[in-house]
Design a protein around this ligand. Sequence first.
Ligand SMILES: *Cc1c(COP(=O)(O)O)cnc(C)c1O
Length: 248
Amino acid sequence: MENRLQAVHARIAKAITVAGRDPTEITLVAVSKTQSAAAIRMAWAAGQRHFGENYVQEAIAKMAELTDLDIVWHFIGPIQSNKTRLIATHFDWVHSIERLAVAERLSSQRPVDRGPINACIQVNVSGEASKSGCEPSMAPGLVTAACALPGLRVRGLMTVPEPGLKPDHQREQLEALRSLQRAINTAGLALDTLSMGMSDDLEAAIAAGSTMVRIGTAIFGQRTHAGTIGADSASSAPILTVSPDGPS
Ligand SMILES: *Cc1c(COP(=O)(O)O)cnc(C)c1O
């Protein structure tokens, strides 16, 4: 795992050089869904601090085992309304807001003593019908409305491009998110975050302006149980057999 983490650092460093960007602009979020608390602890020991999780109950179970570590927790999965309080209470970042109603719940349920939660609006740049995220045309309005919520600190936009694209198309989708961010900032906001780039497209994402790459497989290896990450309600089950928050 430590070797894989170093290899990811090397890929990121190279992509930053190629793109001529400032390394301090880019944060690596290690996506630890389906991985054990022990695996997270190993990555932490190797210097990793930001971790991303997709399933609320699974994440909270692991957090309880890792309270001695200074981890920044990112929620990156689909958000069910009945999970917003847990997300607002336990996470430092939430990347996957796609509706104002969810933003409002997260804001009102955020414990005041934790300060506003860092938030990104997820945008469906690929236009796939099944994909999470708001329509690009809805993003400016959603960002503006979310900025008015006291429990959120709106930081930027997030996307998951369509899988299996040729590099040129991949890059088009990633650049579409950057264009959207620029348009929103030109209209007077100050978004500083573009959450994009996964194991397969991190170079393209950094070239296209990503400030947060979310990397799972390249750090932890294949999620061998990815198909069985079961229902969140199975919270007492071992980590590798818990399931997602439901259909996304
Ligand atoms: C699983 C996941 C990732 C990490 O994907 P890898 O291909 O394993 O790097 C990133 N972002 C989101 C939203 C995910 O669900």
